[in-house]
Structure formats: structure tokens, C-alpha cells
Design a protein around this ligand. Structure first.
Ligand SMILES: NC(=O)C1=CN([C@@H]2O[C@H](COP(=O)(O)OP(=O)(O)OC[C@H]3O[C@@H](n4cnc5c(N)ncnc54)[C@H](O)[C@@H]3O)[C@@H](O)[C@H]2O)C=CC1
Ligand SMILES: O=C(O)C(=O)Cc1ccc(O)cc1
Length: 311
């Protein structure tokens, strides 16, 4: 038998991402030991019932002690306090990474607490669902998805290669980029779509002329897609908004300008303008499908790959 890639992997936070990682790490034999920590007793007990780890601790420092790979899988707003707490037990030579949806703020929050000799390499799997908690995890989550690593100045190339190999073993393709560039790209492709979804579903929910039962009864598939995104975890998305403020505000302001132009085209009956935009955006969708990143029948595709909702 070949030896595992890491002797001991610590997962801090065991929701959708931590649970999915635990399952793929186990499936692919990537760790000799998986230690799991989360702050709530109930979640830790559930993780244990699901058999996600080999040891369980409410104290993150206990889980991190002796680990050669530590992955933070908590909402990004909790990073600074977790980093401070685990600092004394981080082992020299260990790799410290994360799965957070923002990267500039993560570098800012964690970097000051990384002891010398520990390799800190922020990361972000571009893979997820609207579900949260340990029951939502599944081992194929990272399959054929991107994982972006944002190495910091002086990152050891060997540690970077080892972490890249880990993500490839989880099924992902790996790219590297600067944290600030990551934050601008993700602001437009992930953060704005969620904010728009929260907003449109909130607007529909507020409408007094349309009853709530009509919103549910007549929701077409476009609106349903928005409600899926708008059902995403409130803590996680609050933290994303607060921790990628500048890039999100920049993209929101471009979005508002473009929306105003669309509004004008509708007001003035500028059919050519509408047609040109809708033709261009249809092309974007087709390019994504051609690149093999989406099925043309998203609902059918999802049923096969995503777990059922938790009751
Ligand atoms: N949900 C998604 O689709 C994706 C999420 N991410 C990122 O991954 C991270 C985890 O997200 P999910 O697994 O979806 O969240 P989740 O809500 O499913 O799980 C979060 C876990 O962190 C624990 N936790 C929260 N605060 C904590 C603290 N202060 N100390 C210790 N544990 C704490 C919770 O008890 C829970 O176990 C976030 O940073 C998120 O931005 C990245 C890619 C996709
Ligand atoms: O559920 C969806 O459609 C997502 O967009 C999942 C997702 C959420 C947050 C991330 O940082 C990455 C992926």
C-alpha cells in the first residue's frame, strides 16, 4: 500500500466544504488521520455520527496539534480568531490553507498569525451548492471543478506543488493567481450573482400586489434558479459581502450602470439594443457549455450530482 499524501489533516469547520473534503480525503486515502473541529457541539456530534473523521475536538487547537495539513473551512469572518487560536500549535513545515470565498481579506486576517516555518497558501475551491452543514457534503463536490490557490510572497514552491497535488487528487484542476485578482474575478462570477439573487427574491417577497402564494405557485424556472442561490447560507454570504467589499462595490456599480442602460432601452423601445445584448449574452452561455463546464439541462444535471436537501 502507498503511504498517504499527508500523515494528519485537520479540518476546521465541518459544513458543506469540510464534510466534502473529509469524504474525498477518505475515499482517495490522502491522510493517515483526519482530525475534525467545529465550534458547535451538535455539529461535531453529527460529524462523528457520519464518521467524517478519525478524531473530533471542539477546541480547534487540539485538532491542529501535529497536523501537517490544516484546512480552514469556516465562514471567512471567523478566520482571524481561529488563526490566533491555532497559532501556538501549528507545526513547523505544516501547510496552512483554506477554502474561503474571498482571498485578500483572508491574507490580511491570517498572515500576521502564521508562525515562521509554516507554509500559508490560501485557496478557494470553485465548487459548492446552496446547502450547508455536515450532511450536505459529498465526495464528488470538487470533481472537474477549479481550485484557485493564491500563494503569498515567498511561498515555498514545494509546498505549493504538494497542495496542488492534493487538490488534483480531490478531482480539481488548479490555477494560481494574486489574491486581489481572485477577488475581482469572483466578485463578478459568484458574489454578484448571489447578491442579485438575494435582492430579486427579497423584492418578490416584498411585493404587496402579488401574494406570496402566487410567487410560489407561478415561479418560472428562471425565478426558481434565483431562489436556489438565495437559499445559500446567510452567515457565509454576510461574511463574503463584508470581506470583499471593494471588488463587490465596483462590480455593483458597473452592474447598476448597465442596468440603467437596459432600463432606458426598454423605456424608449430600443429593440435593437435589447436584441444585441441578448444575442451577446446567449453567446456567453454557449461558450460555457462548449467549454464543458455546464450541462444545457441544469436541473437534470444537478439531480445526478447533488445530494437531496436536508429536511
Ligand atoms: N458553500 C459553498 O458553496 C462554498 C463555500 N466556500 C467557503 O468555504 C467555507 C465554508 O463554507 P461551508 O462549508 O459552505 O459553510 P457551512 O456553513 O456549511 O459550514 C461552516 C462550518 O464552520 C463552523 N464554524 C463557524 N464559525 C466557526 C468558528 N468561529 N470556529 C469554528 N468553527 C466555526 C460551523 O459550525 C460549520 O461546521 C466558507 O469560508 C465559504 O466561503 C467555498 C466554496 C463554496
Ligand atoms: O451554488 C452555487 O451555484 C455556487 O455558486 C456555489 C459556490 C458558492 C461560493 C463559492 O465561493 C463557490 C461556489
Amino acid at each position: 500500500m502507498t503511504s498517504p499524501m499527508f500523515d494528519r489533516i485537520a479540518l476546521i469547520g465541518i459544513g458543506l466544504i469540510g464534510s466534502s473534503l473529509a469524504q474525498v480525503i477518505r475515499q482517495e486515502g490522502l491522510a493517515g488521520h483526519i482530525s475534525v473541529s467545529t465550534r458547535s457541539e451538535a455539529t461535531l456530534a453529527r460529524a462523528e455520527e457520519l464518521g467524517l473523521g478519525d478524531s473530533y475536538a471542539l477546541d480547534a487547537a487540539e485538532a491542529v496539534d501535529g497536523a501537517d495539513l490544516v484546512i480552514l473551512c469556516v465562514p471567512v469572518g471567523a478566520y482571524e480568531s481561529v488563526a490566533k487560536w491555532i497559532q501556538p500549535v501549528l507545526k513547523p513545515g505544516a501547510i496552512l490553507t483554506d477554502a474561503g470565498s474571498t482571498k485578500g481579506s483572508v491574507v490580511e486576517a491570517v498572515m500576521p498569525h502564521v508562525p515562521k516555518g509554516v507554509h500559508f497558501i490560501p485557496g478557494h475551491p470553485i465548487a459548492g451548492t446552496e446547502q450547508s452543514g455536515p450532511d450536505a457534503g459529498f465526495p464528488a463536490l470538487f470533481q472537474n471543478r477549479w481550485c484557485i490557490l493564491t500563494p503569498v510572497e515567498g511561498t515555498d514552491p514545494l509546498a505549493l506543488e504538494k497542495l496542488s497535488a492534493f487538490w488534483r487528487a480531490c478531482g480539481s484542476d488548479v490555477d494560481t493567481m494574486e489574491p486581489d485578482h481572485h477577488d475581482r474575478v469572483l466578485a463578478i462570477v459568484s458574489h454578484l450573482p448571489h447578491i442579485i439573487a438575494y435582492n430579486i427574491v427579497g423584492t418578490a417577497d416584498d411585493l404587496e400586489t402579488v401574494t406570496k402564494s402566487e410567487v410560489i405557485k407561478y415561479s418560472a424556472s428562471g425565478f426558481r434558479d434565483f431562489t436556489r442561490l438565495a437559499a445559500s447560507d446567510p452567515t457565509m454570504w454576510r461574511d463574503v459581502c463584508l470581506n470583499n467589499k471593494e471588488a463587490i462595490l465596483e462590480m455593483l456599480s458597473r452592474f447598476s450602470e448597465d442596468l440603467a442602460s437596459l432600463q432606458r432601452a426598454i423605456r424608449w423601445g430600443d429593440g435593437d439594443k435589447l436584441f444585441d445584448l441578448f444575442t451577446r449574452t446567449r453567446g456567453v452561455r454557449r461558450s460555457i457549455i462548449e467549454a464543458g463546464q455546464e450541462t444545457d439541462a441544469p436541473d437534470f444535471g444537478r439531480i445526478k450530482t447533488e445530494p437531496q436537501s436536508r429536511s
